[in-house]
Every structure is written in structure tokens, then in C-alpha cells.
Ligand binder design. Sequence first.
Ligand code: GAR
Length: 210
Amino acid sequence: MVKTAILVSGGGTNLQAIIDAHARGDIKNCELAAVISSKPDAYALTRAELAGISTYVIDRKQYADSTGFSADIHKLLTKLDIELVALAGFMYVLDAPLVNAFENRIINIHPALIPAFCGVGFYGLRVHERVLEYGVKITGATAHFCTAGADEGPIILQQSVEVREDDTPQSLQRRVMEEAEWHILPRAISLYCERRLEVEGRRVRIRGEL
Ligand code: GAR
């Protein structure tokens, strides 16, 4: 079983998708060992408690900069003997020492089709606001491994979603979650835990049929 920690900052609908997929048996060879929140009042913590998963808070507001914050997350992951980390609505970029120690072992979900609408400043609802401002007809979500640069790591899975004429940032965010994020993040975690991902440079090859 791959010991997995989920990092969250907010409502935790992606965490819920992971919990539900795991309960259905759709995430194989995976132990959901910990949920770590950067905010003490994140609803994601309640979701984890209801599912019987151990919860931890490392409050970003208690740190002057990202160095100590990342280092404390790193210490906790090491103490818990975590192999795989999933960022499920986690709103911070982790520092290089942590990302490098967990090379190809941190999976992030981003609510757009990388390399569009990503990088510093593109998170949460802002992504969908920019998508609508720009006028693209198709957006989506990307599950990718993390490197030190924001949203730059090797891409595991992507799913496209149509942008509608009457979309608001909120309606688009919801559809991207429902049609893309909640499917590809649990799927990417399972593929990792089943040892079916092979990373060659920027390319992630998936062994066997999807
Ligand atoms: C999700 O749309 C997720 O992709 C996005 O924030 C939302 C969190 O929702 N993450 C980022 O923008 C990270 N760069 P959730 O807490 O309900 O899963």
C-alpha cells in the first residue's frame, strides 16, 4: 500500500472525490494516511474526519515566509513515512527542498489545461476569470507532478471542458470540477499507486490501458 497524504487549503471537494473513489475501490493499492491543511478552519478537515482520516494543520499564517512552512510540512511527511503527496486545492507553492526530495511523488490538480492559464497568480476562481476574459472555447483540468516552478512539472492526465456562452467564473469552476478535476485527480493517484507511471523527462508514460 502506498502511504499517501493529501494537502488542502479550502472546501476540499477534490479531497472528497479522492475519499469517494477510494471507498468505491477505484484507487488501488493506496492508504489515505493523512490530510494536512494550511488553514485551521478549512472544511476539508471536516471531510477527512468524517472519513476517519488523520488530520494535521500547518497554518501558513503562522510563518513569515514559505521556507519554514515548507520545511515543517516536509518534517511531518517524513515523520509519517509518506510516499505520495496529492495537492487537492492546496493554494501554496512548495519550496525546492521539499519538491526535490519528493521528485515525481507530489501530484497537483490545476483547474486549466496547462500550459494555459497557469503559474504564479493562477489559482482557484482567478483561473476561470482569466479563461472567460480571454475568450477561449475550451478549458479543463490537469493532473501533474510538481517541480519547483509553479504548475511546470510533467503532465499525467488532462481532461477538456467546454466553455459556454453564459458561463460565470463560478459556473465554469463547478463544471471543470465535476467533469474534469474529480475524475483525473483520483485516477492519477491510482495510476501512481498501481506503479503504472513512468517519467521520462517531461513525458509521463502510462503503462497498460487507461
Ligand atoms: C480546485 O478547483 C483546484 O483545482 C484549485 O482550487 C480549487 C479547490 O477546490 N486549485 C488551484 O487553483 C491550485 N493552483 P477544493 O478545495 O474544493 O478541492
